[in-house]
Design a protein. Structure first.
Length: 82
């Protein structure tokens, strides 16, 4: 993993801190960071949580696209939680 990816991930975690969508906390970026940092193993994430994180990631990336913000590492982010 390169430094730019990790910095962008940290920024996404900060941006989505205490944010909700459809009444649920947006946790996908925090979960990805915990996986990258080795705090959480992918194998220990239950299926429901993984699916919700993937859905949140897709919705967040779509939202960024709508407002004209480019997220460079979209594929890498999705691979981490898939």
């Amino acid at each position: 993993m390169n430094t730019e990816f990790y910095e962008q991930l940290n920024d996404l975690v900060d941006i989505h801190n205490n944010c909700t969508s459809n009444g649920e906390e947006i946790f996908c970026f925090d979960l990805i960071k915990k996986i990258v940092d080795g705090e959480v193993l992918k194998e220990n994430i239950n299926e429901e949580q993984r699916i919700l994180a993937q859905k949140q990631l897709v919705e967040s990336l779509e939202w960024f696209q709508i407002i004209g913000v480019t997220i460079e590492y979209q594929e890498e982010l999705m691979k981490i939680i898939s």
